[in-house]
Design a binder for this molecule. Sequence first.
Ligand code: PMP
Length: 386
Amino acid sequence: MTQDPFDWTDDEARRRARAGLVRTLRPRPAAQDLLDLASNDYLGLARHPAVTGAAADAAHRWGAGATGSRLVTGSTDLHAELERELAGFCGFEAALVLSSGYAANLAALTALTAREGLLVSDAGNHASIVDGCRLSRAETVVVPHARPDAVAKTLDAHPGRRALVVSDAVFSVDGDAAPLAELAAVCRTAGAALLVDDAHGLGVLGDGGRGTLDAAGLAGADGVVATLTLSKSLGSQGGAVLGPARVIDHLVNAARTFIFDTGLAPAAVGGALESLRLLRREPARAGRAREVARELHRRFTDAGLTAVRPDAAVVSVRAPSPEAAVRWVADCRTAGLAVGCFRPPSVPDGVSRIRLTARADLTPGQIDTAVRTVVAAAPPLPNERP
Ligand code: PMP
């Protein structure tokens, strides 16, 4: 009998099962019957009628798809409007919209480095940054998490190299913020550029949700470029790179994930644009998300759970093992609450977590329910007898 060339996937599946790391797709019902603290819809805008209405209008006007790459037929007036408004809101000279935050990171990392250049990347950076570093073919030095001194040392060790330092603004699993002011100072001293992924800061941090770079006084600063996703606080889909006009112009001409990818669908552009306008009209949404995060953290800590102090709207609670994290999340789901589960390889070995989204639109009653459910389903702490 000839062997099936994919037999090895069964071995991989068995290995995952033994390690408690099986992942399965579970379709989300259209009418949500669970209290949702698992999504990235930080401001509760994904189902806002103005946002879904704008998305539908855009599809009717421009079509269900972009019909081509941005440089061919995939750019509409709506794309240009979103780019202008995103740049203005976040305090940068120019913006470029791509089909995802993932594609935005790949674009910035590949187009802004040279093969003989140097990339300095935080150990906690998102997978899309890790992949962008690999794809750039530049020498990449991974530095310990949130250590500007290690970045400075690395840059000092490579004088004269064109260098780019890259960091998440808010780390996606633990929700802690990067030391951006210190990183920017280190980059300025060494003449390096700084790329900041503000996927989790837009809409939550800064004045009225203008983002982590606004909060750090670095929006539009010399040598600073940002990437964003439109899929979290803006409740839509897509990504963007923000920076000086000449850098954005360079990306239009050099970034392969921009040039060879179909443009972002008009509905996603229309939805994101309406969310941005809503955020301008209702700036208190950002502060409310931060408030909810602080309250969740305080109540989990009071209940004896180990939660990371949140800098934005992500609340991460430590689980003793990947299996315990899976069971915890399943028990919450049975009790009507959706929370996220983070296990290797999304996080390093030994740091499995459940992750909650501190949505700005949660009511006090929903916050109570979420806390009670998480605490009731918590696995025994390491020093407790089961
Ligand atoms: N960067 C970070 C920090 C993220 O958390 C994510 C999404 N999980 C991305 C980039 C990718 O964004 P998108 O989902 O729009 O591709």
